[in-house]
Ligand binder design. Sequence first.
Ligand code: MG
Length: 489
Amino acid sequence: MPLRTFPARLVGLLLRAAALGVAALSFARAADRLPNVVIIFTDDQGYGDVGVFGAKGYTTPNLDRLAREGAKFTNFHVAQAVCSASRAALLTGCYSNRVGIHGALGPNSTHGINASETTLAELLKSRGYATGMAGKWHLGHRAQFLPPQHGFDESIGLPYSNDMWPFHPEAKPGTYPKLPLIENGRVIDDEITPTKMDQLTTRYTERAVSFIERHRDQPFFFYLAHAMPHVPLAVSDKFRGKSAAGLYGDVIMEIDWSVGEVLRSLEKNGLTQNTLVIFTSDNGPWLSYGNHAGSAGPLREGKGTSWEGGTRVPALMRWPGHIPAGVTSNDYVMTIDLLPTLAGLTGAALPTHPIDGLDVWPLLSRQPGAKNPHEGYGIWYAQNELQAVVSGDGRWKLILAHRYRTLAGRPGGRDGTPAKYADAALATPELFDLAADLGETTNVATAHPDVVERLLAFAEKCRADLGDSLTKRKGSGNREPGRIAADTK
Ligand code: MG
């Protein structure tokens, strides 16, 4: 029926032309002004600690709004499930062990991020971005390792974890010095007290809002790295006692408020359409803290392990018109992929040294048929233990023989005092089909020897590149962290 089909085809052509026109227009706009980037990175928030990820006892309307207006990523991972290492990976696009940042640095650490590494802030600065951060740094507290030396025009926050202070419930007196608050590399308060800690989430949020206001007319990057919900939990009076899930729930409600303030500020300044907002956490819940820890939801174990509860974190991203609204993605993505992805989006040149992440914008923007470009991901922990490898499509995970900490079914501690972990050992590698078994309950290695073989071969590549202390392998690609000169120790 040509007479009936012709108008339909014409309409189709007109729609395509219109779509191309819109695309050309938005490209022109993007060229006019590069997108702002806001990364909200919470500390120890578990996979199950957001409303749309199944949180119970409190609501997170602003995070849920972010999911509704953007995308929810259910298979998003940190490179290593502990604070410093996780931050190093996010900010450099490298596995933490490539850049020599393992575990969690403390007030006695004499190393930090090397000046020769390229942080996300430095990368975006190369494209004319204003860069700011508020919150936990944790990539070295000595002067040369602080945010001003690593691409941030302005910064305020704690140099390391908020429990590294004299009020630690388990540390002997004298273990930790006073916890300072540092602004632009200078101590502005030499002692954060519990009362002051209650105000941190509010204070960081106010800084984020102020930064957005002040930089509305130029592309900006803001990194909001909340201290919370890392123990010791602290919350302002605005949210104290407000949840039905105790202090932990109150703290998450305040983080949700913070996200709402950021979104409101973007809206007020007309920046919603041109800002990519990314929300995620640095690692899973610190389960030994019981009612002061979050929940990994259906996942196995938590922070400090390479099981899913350690590395898989809640993630939400919004950029209207670029990331479809209200979609859920189960594609495997790791924080190391954000730096190269943002480089691609902004036209920034990648660092000349090797990095590990790859541009995953087709996945984040949900382009039809997009596939993860990685052959696989290595998951290291502690001082260079390769504890697991995952196939690039995220389906198969081979946990390698290693020891790990677990509560072994016992309850965690209460009200800020942790329970003791037990030591568990995996004697031989175990294979999990994450598509069918999110909780890593059933070892399917014998049913899939080909997959095991493939992942073992990939593990060998990981070892050759970045080493593995479990099999006593040295890598060829590890770089040194920055170290302070011996005479200034
Ligand atoms: Mg953490």
